[in-house]
Design a protein around this ligand. Structure first.
Ligand code: AMP
Length: 205
């Protein structure tokens, strides 16, 4: 099954994506993670993407689309995958449609007004990718591997506000796009992690 997970920055997409991929044994294809890996590895793509990401802007389509297409052409994606963070606009969605069939687009519906604070409170582990909130990790350590948690460069409040604006303008219209294709499943993303996951599993049946 080829799945897309959509939702505003801070909606819990990445957390849910990781759980879904574990349950269904499919690869978690996150364009944000792929871009951050390119930055960490010092690649040409990473160098080009970094300024856009740190400003909360979208990385240009020609860079992200090639990155995504190469990734889903890999062997482990043959029996399905979950896309997290792609597509981010209509042009990307149209290219995706020409590349593969999307079976389900999961949309985590959230209250945009509450998300800036939620995203800005996010702490992530630079080693294993674990993500939590500042109040749940008062010692600043990763609960999975003990590494010191960090704040992503693009989780600073002004940048988060910009990402929310970019989301509303470019990405939110994709909800109607997938609705029109008959593959949209909407889940209430303001519940606990476990309740959101249960609703997702129901939607995937
Ligand atoms: P994410 O981890 O999905 O929140 O992505 C972090 C940042 O990477 C975004 O704010 C964008 O700058 C960039 N990015 C990730 N995916 C895409 C995409 N599909 N198109 C353009 N930029 C992207």
């Amino acid at each position: 099954m080829n799945i897309i997970i959509m939702g505003a920055p801070g909606s819990g997409k990445g957390t849910q994506a990781a759980i879904i991929c574990k349950t269904h044994s499919i690869p978690h294809v996150s364009t944000g993670d792929l871009l951050r890996k390119n930055i960490a590895d010092g690649t040409e793509l990473g160098k080009q993407a970094k300024a856009y990401m740190n400003a909360g802007q979208l990385v240009p389509d020609e860079l992200v689309i090639a990155l995504l297409q190469n990734r889903i052409a890999e062997e482990d994606c043959k029996n399905g995958f979950l896309l997290d963070g792609f597509p981010r606009n209509k042009a990307q969605a149209e290219v995706l449609d020409k590349t593969v069939k999307i079976d389900i687009a999961l949309y985590l519906e959230t209250d945009l007004n509450k998300l800036a604070a939620r995203a800005a409170g996010r702490r992530v582990c630079p080693k294993c990718g674990y993500s939590t909130s500042a109040d749940k990790a008062p010692d600043g350590k990763c609960a999975e591997c003990g590494e010191n948690l960090i704040i992503r460069d693009d989780d600073k409040l002004e940048v988060v506000q910009n990402r929310l604006k970019v989301y509303a303008q470019n990405t939110a219209p994709l909800i109607d796009y997938y609705q029109a294709k008959g593959v949209l499943k909407t889940v209430d993303g303001m519940q606990t992690i476990e309740a959101v996951n249960a609703a997702i599993e129901e939607a995937l049946k």
